[in-house]
Ligand binder design. Structure first.
Ligand SMILES: [Zn+2]
Length: 303
């Protein structure tokens, strides 16, 4: 059978919060079968917040979840790493309202999970299998998920900047053929330096720097080392999509396509799917009959 996964032992990381600018301690802790991904706010009495679409409360700059007035922000890059490595059950302790931004990609989280080690648990892993196409639209932007034997993300962004245009605004990644770890995980978030300056004046993005983002001037990339991939911008947006989709509560079997999507549209798409139970089902697989054997070579290689 394809088994559920957690980590072998607890691991700690420390890093800056992009919004608060404060140093944040994060501990990843192994969890029991069927536990899911759960955040624990150590600074507010150990309040728990489940990483699921039902608890999404804000999607403006990043994806936040909230339970009983207790919020956890900027979860999408960590969720993306958990999805990529197929981690079903894990507890994430934080001493702040946000996940540390690290280098603005998911690679440090991948490294953290791999250094803890991945443990298979003796029960079937649950997959979220799309049976019928679901689509949402907002002005000219749209997102949809359709049935597919595996997991594929196809995305077109429309970012009016010379370097983004040059590097390519669209990409399709079939995770049966391409490694998330190699092709996606190192792609950093990006933004205009002038927007960061504006947000700082409003006491936002206090932790943002060239250590955790690609900084854009009007027509150039300001980071001294340049870019990590030729098409790092669209790759980062795919990284975000993978993280947002993991708020379905299980690894997706389906094909996502989007045009000019963001956390808001992804949230609407997931809510729409979850409100139509005839469009999806939860399934388990044996190794030899599963679409998952060509889902991700990363899963095999990371054990
Ligand atoms: Zn992002």
């Amino acid at each position: 059978m394809i088994k559920q996964r957690t980590i072998k032992k607890s691991v700690k990381a420390r890093g800056i919060g992009i919004h608060s600018g404060a140093m944040i301690n994060m501990t990843l802790i192994p969890a029991d079968i069927d536990y899911g991904v759960v955040f624990k706010r150590m600074d507010v009495g150990g309040k728990l917040v489940r990483a699921h679409n039902a608890f999404v409360n804000e999607v403006v700059l990043s994806t936040s979840i909230e339970n009983d007035g207790v919020k956890v922000s900027t979860i999408e890059h960590l969720m993306s790493a958990f999805s990529a490595l197929g981690i079903d059950n894990i507890l994430v302790e934080l001493d702040s309202f946000e996940v540390p931004i690290m280098d603005g990609s998911s690679a440090p989280f991948i490294f953290l999970v791999q250094s803890a080690g991945i443990k298979e648990q003796d029960v079937h892993k649950k997959f979220f299998v799309i049976k019928d196409k679901v689509r949402v639209e907002n002005n000219d932007s749209w997102a949809q998920i359709a049935p597919h034997e595996g997991f594929r993300v196809t995305l077109e962004i429309d970012f009016n900047h010379k370097k983004v245009k040059e590097s390519g605004q669209s990409l399709s990644i079939d995770f049966a053929q391409k490694s998330y770890l190699k092709e996606i995980s190192r792609a950093r978030t990006f933004g205009y330096i002038r927007d960061v300056e504006y947000m700082r004046e409003k006491n936002l993005a206090l932790g943002a720097s060239m250590d955790n983002a690609i900084a854009l001037s009007d027509d150039d990339v300001l980071n001294e080392d340049g870019m990590r991939y030729d098409n790092e911008f669209v790759k980062h947006k795919i990284l975000d999509v993978v993280g947002d989709l993991y708020l379905l509560g299980a690894n997706l079997i389906g094909s996502y396509e989007g045009y000019k999507t963001g956390h808001l549209l992804n949230d609407q798409l997931l809510s729409s799917i979850l409100s139509q139970p005839d469009t999806w089902e939860i399934k388990t697989f044996e190794r030899d009959n599963s679409p998952i054997q060509f889902y991700s070579e990363d899963w095999q290689n990371s054990l």
